[in-house]
Design a binder for this molecule. Structure first.
Ligand code: GUN
Length: 282
């Protein structure tokens, strides 16, 4: 069997087109959604992401506000900027690019963002709302994975899902979203005993460990749906957390790297910004 490829690039393009239509309708009412992105320091990967976010924000017709601060900026100065953005009615979404320089308290910075403008879904109130089934801003990468899974599988109810990785950005919110859709969810991580055997139980396998080609083909249940969140730069180019060539011979469907989950993240950021704008305008 050869797995169906889950085309995240095409799905994300469709999502952005739907967002652009809704942005146009809001603009006709005199409302232009605005996304502020804050980058502290000059981390090369972060610079690439921030540039991409700005470009795609403008492409769907939203306003993009970029704030670049030097790495040595005092935390108080960043908090003051966030305060201004919180109070600015032209700004509907605020994203502070992570990681922050070592002298900053990441949690304090994230929790300074107004929860209703927290388009990353990292504020402690949004984390708690998601965990308790209340209306929340949902982190973009797991939201993108969920959309691809629903598109592929329809209902996720009763499916056995294994999420490898327990990060606050992907693993934990991914598990919450799968649970919300009534999947039976296991979160696995570096200390999980007999990880390959656990993964072989999974109808849905989400890999978010950040280790190139970590998941072998023999870890995959025949016919399973595999979502690879990994983006690892190696001498052989960009590879995921899953050994794609081996996995595609066993899985029912699989996301490629690149072109799978990656493009969904920014599309979902724009979707969250649209949601925040709609909520701010009744
Ligand atoms: N750094 C890596 N991924 C992310 C993300 O999803 N949001 C933010 N703010 N920073 C990141």
């Amino acid at each position: 069997m050869t797995a169906t490829l889950i085309d995240g690039k095409a799905f994300a393009a469709g999502l952005r087109a739907r967002i652009a239509t809704e942005v146009a309708a809001l603009k006709a009412r005199g409302i232009t959604p605005g996304l502020a992105v804050v980058l502290v320091g000059a981390d090369p990967a972060s610079q690439v992401y921030v540039r991409s976010k700005g470009k795609q924000t403008l492409e769907v017709g939203m306003n993009s506000f970029e704030h670049r601060l030097p790495a040595e900026t005092p935390e108080a100065e960043l908090l003051a900027l966030i305060e201004r953005l919180n109070a600015d009615p032209a700004v509907n979404g605020i994203l502070v690019q992570l990681p922050l320089p070592g002298h900053m308290n990441e949690a304090a910075v994230i929790n300074a963002i107004a929860p209703e403008k927290d388009v990353d879904g990292f504020h402690i109130l949004n984390v708690g709302r998601l965990a308790t089934g209340q209306k929340a801003m949902v982190p973009c990468t797991p939201l993108g994975c969920l959309m691809l899974l629903r598109d592929r599988l329809g209902s996720l109810s009763g499916k056995r899902a294994v999420v490898i990785g327990r990060s606050n950005i992907v693993g934990k919110p991914m598990a919450q979203l799968l649970l919300r859709d009534s999947a039976t969810v296991t979160i696995a991580h570096s200390r999980t005993a007999d990880l390959p055997a656990l993964c072989r139980e999974a109808d849905i396998l989400v890999a978010a460990v950040g280790r190139p080609l970590f998941v072998g083909g023999d870890w995959i249940r025949p016919g399973a749906t595999v979502v690879d969140v990994g983006i690892n730069r190696t001498d052989d180019g960009l590879v995921g957390d899953v050994d794609f060539e081996a996995a595609r011979k066993v899985a029912g469907a699989i996301t490629p790297v690149p072109g799978g989950v990656g493009p969904m993240t920014i599309a979902c950021l724009l979707a969250n910004t649209l949601t925040a704008t709609a909520r701010a305008n009744g």
